[in-house]
Structure formats: structure tokens, C-alpha cells
Design a binder for this molecule. Structure first.
Ligand code: PEP
Ligand code: MN
Length: 275
């Protein structure tokens, strides 16, 4: 039996790619039901329909790795029932299969976005994930972030691997989250260095929508705002921004998550300029 979705689904929810710009906001990681509920309320007030909250967290050094598969039903229940679309990072084909199976419980109209993060861009896993998702629930969008190192050819190659494994182009999005700074000058202290020109070339060459992740580029609330100020000057299709009701208490990426007030201000800036 299909689980009911309680709220009517808006046009934008039927196809998130119709939103312009597409805004995804929410915590770096799902931490608790309470945390998610509070974030859902804030986003509803802001008119944002895609909520990020990762279940599996890749870590630079050993640490808390997220709540994992056991909280997948929690993520779906607390978002879909409010008419929001959940978005989470998947690190493996196993995660992809779990998402497909879990979303099926919510019926054919349920939507979800999953993404492959920067640290995990190898073609074997990309192809496995793409082919599982291609055969699975048609409400799943896939977003691919750029790899950690700066290389346009590799970045375009990611989308080619995904498409060659059969994932439909209409449900594929790209996301620029900057490249590891390495030895480049970095006077603003960004966490990762953006290359908006390259992002626009990749968008043009692949024909795919390009989102910006100012949180993992900027690394601090001030820098997140500054990166968005730069990004609105380009033809970007959306933003994925980390927001936490109490950023200082966040279990991951506490330094860069925006408070709801900061998110609201950012939204006004983005919407004001992009319209
Ligand atoms: C994230 O979005 O939380 C994340 C880990 O991002 P990235 O893959 O860009 O490091
Ligand atoms: Mn993060």
C-alpha cells in the first residue's frame, strides 16, 4: 500500500528543475528529528521546497559520520509529509539502492534529490550509482558535484559516465563547490576556490543545469554571502546552502552553516538579483 503524502504537491515540487533559481537549503547533516522539524518549519516560511540533510557524511578526519540508513525513513517522513523534497548525499551504490527502496514506499509521485559529493568521484561508483538510479524510482534526481581537483575534462567526464550508464539527462544536475586550494593564493581564506568561468563552460558543453554550493566554497557565513554575490553575475541555475537552526551546535561544518535569519537575507539578495 502507498504511504499517503499529506500536503498537495505544487508545480515546482512536481519538477524541481522548473524553479529558477532552484534553492536547496538545510543542515549539512541530519542530526535528530527535532533538528529536522525546526529546519522544515523555517524553510516552509521562506518558500523553499528542497531541503538538504545528509545521512552519510564523508569526513576529512575520523569523526561522526552521520546517522546513516536507519534515519532514512525519518528524513522522508518529516519532509515529504510537509510537501518538501529531501536531498541527501550518497557515497555508494549500496546507498543508492537504499534510497530507491525507501522512496518506493511513498508512491510514484514522491520526489527526492541525491548527490554524489566531491570526494567520491570515481567512475566505477558513478556508473553503479547511475545504473541503480536509472532502473529505480522515477522521482529521483541526481546531482553531481565537481571533483576536488581542478580539471575541466574530469568534471565533464563525470556527467558522461553517469549518462553512459543510462541515467536520464532530464533528471541530472551539476553543482560547483569549488576546487581544493592547493598552493593557489587564497587571501579570502575560502575553503575551496571557485571557478565560475569553468562552471559556465561545463554547463554549456554538457547542456546540464549548474548549481552553486557557496557553503563548501566559502567556509564561513560572510564568505557564503560573498560567493553568492559573485555567482549571481553568472547564469547559474540554483544554489545549495547549508542552514542550521543553531549553527554553533552543528555536528559537522558548524563554521559555515547560516542561521535562518542569515538564510532569509541571502534569499532576498539572490531572488532580488536573479528575477
Ligand atoms: C556536503 O555537501 O556536505 C559535502 C560533503 O560536500 P562536498 O562533497 O562538496 O565536500
Ligand atoms: Mn557540509
Amino acid at each position: 500500500m502507498e504511504r499517503p503524502i499529506l500536503k498537495p504537491i505544487s508545480e515546482q515540487i512536481l519538477d524541481p528543475t522548473l524553479a529558477d533559481p532552484l534553492i536547496i537549503a538545510g543542515p549539512c547533516a541530519l542530526e535528530s528529528r527535532q533538528q529536522l522539524r525546526s529546519c522544515v518549519q523555517h524553510l516552509k516560511e521562506m518558500g523553499i521546497s528542497l531541503i538538504r540533510a545528509s545521512l552519510w557524511k564523508p569526513r576529512t578526519q575520523p569523526g561522526w559520520e552521520g546517522l546513516g540508513w536507519m534515519s532514512l525513513p525519518l528524513l522522508l517522513e518529516e519532509t515529504l509529509s510537509h510537501g518538501l523534497i529531501p536531498a541527501t548525499e550518497i557515497l555508494s551504490a549500496e546507498h543508492a539502492q537504499m534510497v530507491v527502496t525507501a522512496l518506493e514506499q511513498y508512491g510514484s509521485s514522491a520526489k527526492m534529490l541525491v548527490w554524489i559529493g566531491s570526494r567520491n568521484q570515481n567512475h566505477i561508483e558513478q556508473q553503479k550509482i547511475a545504473s541503480i538510479l536509472a532502473r529505480g524510482h522515477t522521482g529521483i534526481w541526481l546531482m553531481c558535484k565537481n571533483q576536488m581537483w581542478e580539471c575541466e575534462k574530469h568534471w565533464i567526464g563525470i556527467s558522461e559516465h553517469i549518462l553512459s550508464a543510462g541515467f536520464p539527462r532530464e533528471r541530472l544536475l551539476l553543482c560547483h563547490r569549488g576546487f581544493s586550494p592547493g598552493k593557489w593564493p587564497n587571501p579570502q581564506g575560502y575553503r575551496n576556490l571557485p571557478d565560475f568561468e569553468m562552471a559556465m563552460r561545463v554547463k554549456a558543453k554538457t547542456g546540464l543545469k549548474m548549481l552553486i554550493d557557496p557553503s563548501h566554497i566559502g567556509g564561513s557565513p560572510d564568505n557564503v554571502v560573498e560567493i553568492c554575490r559573485q555567482a549571481v553575475g553568472y547564469d547559474v541555475d540554483g544554489y545549495i546552502v547549508e542552514m542550521h537552526a543553531a549553527p554553533e551546535k552543528a555536528k559537522t561544518d558548524a563554521k559555515q552553516q547560516l542561521s535562518p535569519d542569515q538564510m532569509q537575507q541571502l534569499l532576498e539578495m539572490i531572488r532580488g538579483v536573479s528575477v
